[in-house]
Design a protein around this ligand. Sequence first.
Ligand code: FES
Length: 127
Amino acid sequence: MYNERVVEHFSNPRNVGELPDADAIGENGSFKCGDTMKIYLKIKDDRIVDVRFLTFGCGAAIASSSMLTEMVKGKTLDEAMEITNQDVADELGGLPPLKLHCSNLAADALHNAIENYRKGKGKIETA
Ligand code: FES
């Protein structure tokens, strides 16, 4: 069902946990399945210098979260805002059609964190 890259990220997810001194926090939840993701960003000079995540979800959601954190490190906020769920799925070498929505969790949580940061909310969490 999942390709090797997805299984590898699911089995050995990168950047798991919290960032106590995060500059921005974003969240997202799926109405479809109830899974959730929280992302923590450390930002310097408009660039993402560190990132962590906590995801309570299926294998595809965890693999997507892990891949996303690898993709955003070092990117500017503008570049990170352009990352779509399809980009994440593509980097994973594809997801089964029924699991494509799982990659939304990661991309949308990232965008939520950046929006919070830009609104000056910083560490304030939103639902
Ligand atoms: Fe919920 Fe995959 S089934 S994110």
